[in-house]
Design a binder for this molecule. Sequence first.
Ligand SMILES: [Zn+2]
Length: 119
Amino acid sequence: MREVECHCGAVRITLLEPSETVTSCNCSICRRYGALWSYGTLETIKVTAPSGGLEEYAWGEKGLAFVRCRGCGCVTHWESRSAEYPDRIAANMRNASPEDLLKLGVRRFDGAETWTYLD
Ligand SMILES: [Zn+2]
């Protein structure tokens, strides 16, 4: 289990089966956020936030919603809005402690073009 929280502490994410690697994606949104994603499902990644404490951004076909804390603005996770994969979620491990971040391997994913890992 691993826990991360946003800068102000309002949003907490618990990863019940955390991966040892995170993904750095170069797509149009991930590269701008600078996020490092740990993927899971609604069963393995739990988000706790106060009522009204989250804001989200989606574009295009709106298959994913990128969620941030309304208080401090940190991007905390994305959630699927797709009917095909409704339980998909990923936590932004940039919210982890420096000690935990050091332990994580980073994989580079080409979300911009080929949808394959570059390493
Ligand atoms: Zn916050």
